[in-house]
Write a protein that binds this ligand. Structure first.
Ligand code: GLU
Length: 402
């Protein structure tokens, strides 16, 4: 048998091919020269399988889709407090290239608009390194997310840097308010280089899965950034990632995402999948017309909306309630998170007082987050404090509750 997923993606692409709505971005001269008919979708699973259809190996500059990754690298290098001191996390409600700063402090509103992104760029790496070295740290970081060495499109870099004045104005404002500590021209050059990294829809899918999977690249196995960084980045993508269409996107598609003016969209569904699309014609918000369509259909067809919750976890406790030698047995199964651990703890509490020996069987547990583990460990501790003998059945030798 052949898995039907590639056929589904091919159908998805065919369903959008005829739509020629939208305009190419033209404010960066070099971007007006691309073939507007290009169309691609790629989906990467948590274990690194990439399904793709259309022009999934066509290269384009990453543009604003680099912003969440620069934010991730700044968080990695400087920590949450320092980054929050320099860039906020509130949606701006303004266009991406507006002077969107908090009125009281002048702090850029979020890292997904240009003023916040240029500030974020300047926070990556050791503060003392020269600007060319900082740009190299950025390209290296983007490459680690993608799992391959990314090139830079020098023609796009030159073309955008030659018309950089609006971004320099934004950087100058951030510099004068003391949120950027380097020369505006240098910060903008590095940021523009970051935006000129060449990616494919396939790369976007892998980069998204790295974010969606807690920072570990599914192809190389490298832990690119710590897990807490991904939570922060995905949250900001959810509220600020789709230019001014973030509310529409949240309700229609419901996948943390970031789009860019060259026509790419990256979507990262925590724990499930990374998605990349590419189609250069943009709508009035600056999002790819057919990219939005692809995401809407994928999300609807595959039930990928983040608010479309899985069935309640009432099956977290197995049916067997007695061991072979007659001791009370509680078998926990599936993923152990707050809701399933709470149910298990309630079952622990129901064990009759006169039962001294109990068996807790965790052999059918598939995953356990730190909260689930802490809760179960506390339950076992309390059972023992009550004077019971607890036998723990664990799935593997390296698995423990401590
Ligand atoms: N490099 C572009 C700029 O700064 C990125 C914009 C975008 O993709 O939204 O204008």
């Amino acid at each position: 048998m052949r898995t039907p997923v590639p056929d589904y993606l091919t159908e998805l692409i065919e369903g959008c091919t005829a739509d020629a709505d939208g305009e190419l971005a033209s404010y960066i001269p070099e971007l007006a020269n691309v073939d507007p008919a290009q169309l691609a979708v790629a989906v990467c699973t948590p274990d690194g399988t990439v399904y793709a259809a259309g022009d999934a190996d066509a290269q384009f500059t990453i543009q604003s889709i680099s912003k969440p990754f620069a934010y991730a690298l700044a968080l990695r290098d400087r920590g949450l407090d320092v980054v929050l001191d320099h860039v906020g996390v509130e949606p701006s409600g303004d266009a991406f290239n507006e002077m969107s700063v908090e009125s009281a402090t002048g702090r850029p509103r979020n890292p997904m608009i240009n003023i916040g992104a240029i500030t974020t760029h300047s926070l990556v790496g050791n503060p003392a390194i020269p600007y060319e070295a900082r740009a190299a740290v950025l390209i290296d970081g983007l490459s680690r997310f993608a799992g391959r060495t990314l090139d830079v499109d020098e023609a796009v870099l030159e073309s955008e840097y030659a018309t950089r004045y609006r971004n320099v104005a934004l950087a100058s404002m951030a510099r004068s308010n003391d949120f950027i500590h380097v020369e505006p021209d240098e910060a903008v050059w590095g940021y523009t280089k970051q935006c000129s990294a060449l990616v494919t829809a396939r790369d976007l899918a892998v980069m998204a899965t790295t974010l969606a999977g807690g920072g570990k690249n599914p192809l190389t196995g490298e832990q690119v950034v710590p897990q807490w960084v991904c939570r922060q980045v995905l949250s900001v993508m959810m509220s600020c990632g789709m230019y001014d269409a973030a509310g529409d996107w949240l309700s229609q598609v419901g996948i943390p995402a970031k789009s860019g003016v060259s026509g790419g969209i990256l979507g990262a569904l925590p724990g499930q999948a990374g998605i990349g699309t590419f189609s250069p014609r943009l709508d009035r918000f600056g999002n790819s017309v057919r990219g939005v369509q692809l995401f809407e259909r994928l999300s609807g067809d595959m039930g990928l909306h983040i608010m479309e919750l899985p069935a309640p976890s009432i099956d977290a406790i197995g049916a067997r309630d007695e061991s072979e030698d007659g001791r009370p047995l509680i078998a926990v199964q599936g993923p152990v998170i707050f809701s399933t651990a709470e149910l298990a703890l309630r079952r622990f509490a129901e064990i009759p007082d006169d039962e001294r020996d109990v068996v807790i069987d965790l052999r059918m547990v598939t995953t356990m987050n730190s909260v689930g583990k802490r809760m179960l460990a506390e339950g076992v501790r309390r059972l023992k404090l009550d004077g019971r003998e607890v036998e723990l059945l664990l799935p593997r030798a390296d698995f423990s509750l401590t």
